[in-house]
Design a binder for this molecule. Sequence first.
Ligand SMILES: C[S@@+](CC[C@H](N)C(=O)[O-])C[C@H]1O[C@@H](n2cnc3c(N)ncnc32)[C@H](O)[C@@H]1O
Length: 204
Amino acid sequence: MNTPASYFDHQYAHAADPWHLSERWYDRRKYNITVAALPRPRYLRAFEPGCSVGVLTRLLAAHCAGLLSTDRIPSAVEAATQRTANLDHVTVRQMTVPEQWPEGSFDLIVLSELLYYFDSTARTRLIEQSVGSLEEGCHLVTVHWNHPVAEHTCTGRDIAEHLDTVPELKRLARYDDSDFTLTVHEHNGDAAPVLSPARAEGLA
Ligand SMILES: C[S@@+](CC[C@H](N)C(=O)[O-])C[C@H]1O[C@@H](n2cnc3c(N)ncnc32)[C@H](O)[C@@H]1O
């Protein structure tokens, strides 16, 4: 079963930033690792569903010519909009995935602390939607908590293993610690050799 909408309504009814994303070193460090793991310095059009109050959004924005960030909760959308108000290339919208999904294609999709709120059917659909919206040679980055939480259907490690079974995705990188797992995959349906950052700059 998906984590019910009422859980998120309840979280935001009691706190503007329910997970304290703008306060803790744990999150700052994780966001820095996430951005450092991006294979390219710059993306043309990125998508970040489940953006909450927009802390990671601001960091991603520095690497994107265009960034669409969305959340299901209006107050989170409002906070992320305010946090990115001086960034004209960032658009924040209310959107509930997977029922709603943006038009067009992206060269980067970031699913950070989101996929474990879905049962395996919805999670598979979300991954399929992500793959369907990614252009060939472009990147899917996922980051998820590894400790058990009542509202989570799986851990970051489970998600990493799932992604490795998706035929269109080739894993470029994986970071594990006891707290979270981060993955970087490239959409690579033609099984062309993937370009590591060093190969992309002719170093290897
Ligand atoms: C734990 S927070 C993670 C925020 C951010 N991605 C990060 O890593 O800092 C999860 C966010 O996902 C949003 N969310 C949960 N289910 C969603 C859905 N079906 N569609 C859109 N947003 C959703 C919640 O409202 C919440 O703001």
